[in-house]
Unconditional design. Structure first.
Ligand code: ATP
Ligand code: MG
Length: 170
């Protein structure tokens, strides 16, 4: 029987951080690779650092870090940086009706960047191509962070929050 040719996915890059500041910096580094419309899913148990990481991403997109707090009671916090950023936390979402009222169509399908904590609750709302960040508590203040990015590389694309391209015409 011929071997099946499948293209193996490269393993998600994995790093260990040792403080909230390091996790925030990892978020900033991801922000530099984001493009308008990207959706970042933040997975991990309670207290693993999803909001800390989201703060770093948002800061990297030009949102003052102090504005970034867990939106647990509102479900969605909108921020304005160089692009619009929606910070979604679905921990307290119980029903599909709750989800349907959040305006996810625009949040996940718009030109801004969406950061989603507790994305397991998205169900059918989960977009097909998301960047998935998984945080695991490795004891003390160590956190393991894996980032799976299924997007094809787009070297020429303008990044979210990147400087506008200048065209010089003589
Ligand atoms: N390496 C680390 N990275 C991130 N946070 C850390 C780290 N070490 C310790 N912490 C602490 O862990 C906590 C992470 O809180 P955070 O609100 O970001 O978690 P969360 O995953 O968003 O939780 P929740 O599921 O409740 O929303 C903070 O108190 C932070 O100071
Ligand atoms: Mg949180």
């Amino acid at each position: 029987m011929p071997a099946r040719l499948t293209r193996a996915r490269p393993p998600a890059p994995r790093l260990i951080t040792r403080s909230p500041e390091e996790t925030q910096r990892a978020g900033r580094r991801l922000a530099a690779r984001l493009r308008p419309g990207d959706v970042v899913l933040l997975r991990g148990d309670l207290g693993t650092g999803k909001t800390v990481f989201a703060r770093g991403v948002a800061a990297g997109l030009g949102v003052p870090a102090r504005q970034v707090r867990s939106p647990s009671f509102t479900f969605v916090n909108p921020y304005h940086g160089r692009v619009d950023v929606h910070h979604v936390d679905l921990y307290r979402v119980d029903t599909d009706a709750d989800l349907d009222e959040l305006g996810l169509q625009d949040i996940l399908g718009g030109e801004g960047v969406a950061l989603v904590e507790w994305p397991e609750r998205l169900g059918a709302w989960r977009p097909p191509a998301c960047i998935e960040v998984t945080l695991v508590d490795r004891g003390g203040s160590r956190r393991e962070i894996r980032i799976a990015d299924p997007r094809p590389p787009h070297p020429g694309a303008r990044r979210a929050g990147g400087a506008p391209r200048r065209h010089s015409r003589r």
